[in-house]
Structures are given as structure tokens and as C-alpha cells.
Design a binder for this molecule. Sequence first.
Ligand code: COA
Length: 166
Amino acid sequence: MKDLSKRIALYPGTFDPITNGHLDIAERAIQIFDHLIIAVAVNPAKQTLFSEQERIKLIEKAVEGLGSFEVTSFSGLTASFAELKGVRAIIRGLRMISDFEYEFQMALMNRKLKPDADTVFLMPSEKYTYLSSSTIKDIARHQGQIDCFVPKAVAEALREKFGGKK
Ligand code: COA
């Protein structure tokens, strides 16, 4: 039987790779919920730099010791995975107005697919509003400095992929 006394939320994303902005959202979410499932979306149509297992490992290292987290992956619909996990709150980060239209559409569609679940939007610290996984990868690819944007293990993993100095 599911433990209904626990407030569990699901934070889905591509996380290719996790950045300090994602981590900021996860840390905010765990202040509100008892347990957070961070779920790496596996979409064969989307080419990623890091494999499913690499993305999971990097998230696990980033959230280690920070609270009650489970890091996993899923394919298919977020709404179906939320149903499978018995979760009624889906966490998404809103960095700026430009995120809103896409996120609003996705939240309403997810609610249509799973009416008993709601999306909870959290805003990251303003110092992370301009971060995205693609820009971080682009900076790393050109040997730029990435340490202040991503967790330590991610910076190391990016250097392994692209070379580059500390
Ligand atoms: N800090 C830094 N960057 C952030 C961020 C934050 N707080 N929040 C989002 N981003 C960035 C990501 O780095 C990513 O950047 P990129 O495009 O440069 O790689 C971008 O914003 C979006 O990333 P993410 O939050 O991972 O969302 P996504 O669009 O990759 O994933 C899913 C969205 C996986 C949740 C969505 O596609 C989904 O639900 N897929 C499953 C299939 C499904 O259910 N489809 C129907 C949906 S209604």
C-alpha cells in the first residue's frame, strides 16, 4: 500500500547534464516535499551528450547528502510515470517569462492526462536564470570555464568529454 502521509513530488527533465539551476530547483522542492523523485527522461528522438546512466549518476552525486531523493529514468509520458509512482505533484522550474508558454502548455496537458496531478512551478535563484544545459555544453566544447555553473562531478565529466583545463 502507498504511504499517503508522505508528500512526494516528481521532477522530470532531460538533465543533459544537470546544472546548478536544476539543483537549485531540487533543493527548493525538497524543502516543501518529503521526497523528490528526479527522473531523467529518455527520448530516443533526442540526442544527448550523456547517456541515461551517466545522467543518473551525475544527478545522484549532485544531490548526495541533501535530502530524501530518488534518481531514476523513464520513457514515455511524464503523466504515466507520475501515475506509476503515485505522485500528484510535478515540479518544473520557471527561469524567465520565455519558459512560461511551453511550461504552461505542458502543465495543462499533463493535467488533462492525469487530472489528479498538478504542476508546481518553482523559480531558481536569479543567478541561474540564464543557465541551460546546451549553453554549458557549448562553453565546455570550446574549453570555457564552467565550474561555477554545474556541480563538481558534472564539470569533470564535461572536461572528460571535451578536454579542457580546470
Ligand atoms: N536551471 C537551468 N536550466 C534549466 C532549468 C533550471 N532550473 N530548467 C530548465 N532548464 C533548461 C535545461 O537545461 C534545458 O536546456 P537545453 O534545452 O539547453 O538542454 C531546457 O531548460 C529544458 O530542459 P528540461 O527542464 O530538462 O526540460 P526538457 O524540455 O528537456 O524536458 C520533459 C521536458 C522531459 C519534462 C518533457 O519533455 C516530458 O514530459 N517528456 C516526456 C513525454 C511527455 O510526457 N510528453 C508530453 C508532455 S505534455
